[in-house]
Write a protein that binds this ligand. Structure first.
Ligand code: PBG
Length: 328
């Protein structure tokens, strides 16, 4: 063999060398834990499609949040499961609705120790299972829906959310929410916009977690993005930034690493990515069968999302990873 001047393996010889030249580092600070709270529960109820995750009662939710704070995880994102649904999804902005009650309890127990993010959508609360209200033609009525999102944002901010995270992919939702918050004095409540959210088959386990079935074989292709599109994500992100988003998100994560990298280059705001329920469930299922090393794959996947350009990652692995990772 000749003597190439550059031998990359020199820098891979020892763990310390590899640590020294690592280009990205995943830390506990990069993680956001999605949590589910269900109205009327006495204690936690496991979610079979998301091994290790559960629907929480308000009490068990607060305990889990305290545990996450102890582990050094900086933030959680909350989803609510109401007992009753209606046409407009009014439980989403009811001051006594499950998410509002839970946020108030979390804020009382944790203060500002954890960033409290509230997913802002109607799908858990509407009879149709759609992310908005239906118009006379049976389609989701965009403008009527964003008006309701404003109400949800207010209810969440009043209950103690630091961040509201609109996930419905309605046009103009960020602007409507920013206006509603500002008009009520919540100028410091931040918006994490699900800016590039794709109509994905990877949300299946989540829908079991929140008891959502979309009416009559419907889907969300009329409002979420088409997975064949890459440039369109940048147009969506630009709109949300112009409307006042403080942070933007790409979702799902692993099938959209190109989009994460594009968005990272296009904006200077924090970029989030959501490693969604199906991504988590696939790792768990294969690990249960002994086909892969679950914790190693989790680390590799969440690390790849960081490498692609995400500043932080919403992941059901948050607590597990926090136990494996160094802090800070
Ligand atoms: C909608 C919402 C969904 C998820 C987060 N917010 C489901 C959907 O768009 O159908 C999915 C999260 C996951 O799969 O982990 N409120």
């Amino acid at each position: 063999m000749s003597f190439p001047t550059h031998r990359p393996r020199r820098l891979r010889r020892t763990p310390a060398l590899r640590r020294l030249v690592a280009e990205t580092r995943l830390s506990v600070d990069d993680l956001v834990a999605p949590l589910f709270v269900r109205e009327g529960l006495e204690g936690p109820a496991p979610i079979s499609s998301l091994p290790g995750q559960c629907q929480h009662s308000v009490d068990s939710l607060v305990k889990e949040a305290l545990r996450l704070a102890d582990l050094g995880v900086p933030a959680l994102v909350l989803f609510g499961v109401p007992v009753t649904k209606d046409e407009n999804g009014s439980g989403a902005w009811d001051p006594d609705g499950i998410v509002q009650v839970a946020l108030a309890e979390l804020r009382a127990a944790l203060g500002d120790q954890l960033v409290l993010m509230a997913d802002l959508c109607l799908d858990e609360y509407t009879l149709s299972g759609h992310c908005g209200v239906l118009g006379a033609d049976g389609e989701v009525d965009n403008d009527a829906t964003v008006e309701l999102y404003g109400r949800v944002a207010l209810a969440q901010a009043r209950a103690g959310a630091h961040v509201v995270a609109p996930s419905g992919m309605m046009d103009g939702q960020v602007e409507a929410i920013r206006r509603a918050l500002d008009a009520d004095g919540h100028i410091d409540t931040a918006i994490l916009a699900y800016a590039a959210k794709y109509a994905s088959a990877l949300y299946g386990p989540f829908r079991e977690a929140v008891d959502v079935a979309i009416a009559e074989g419907g889907d969300r292709t009329g409002y979420q993005q088409d997975s064949r599109n890459r440039r369109e994500a940048l147009a969506e992100v630009a709109l949300d930034v112009a409307e006042g988003a403080d942070m933007v998100m790409v979702k799902p994560a692993l099938s959209y690493l190109d989009v994460i990298a594009d968005v990272r280059r296009a904006v200077d705001l924090p970029v989030a990515a959501y490693h969604v329920s199906g991504e988590y469930a696939m790792v768990k299922a294969a690990a249960e069968r002994g086909w892969i090393d679950g914790p190693a794959v989790a680390l590799e996947q969440i690390g790849a999302i960081k490498r692609a350009g995400a500043d932080f990652i919403l992941t059901y692995f948050a607590a597990e990873l926090a136990e494996q990772l160094d802090r800070g």
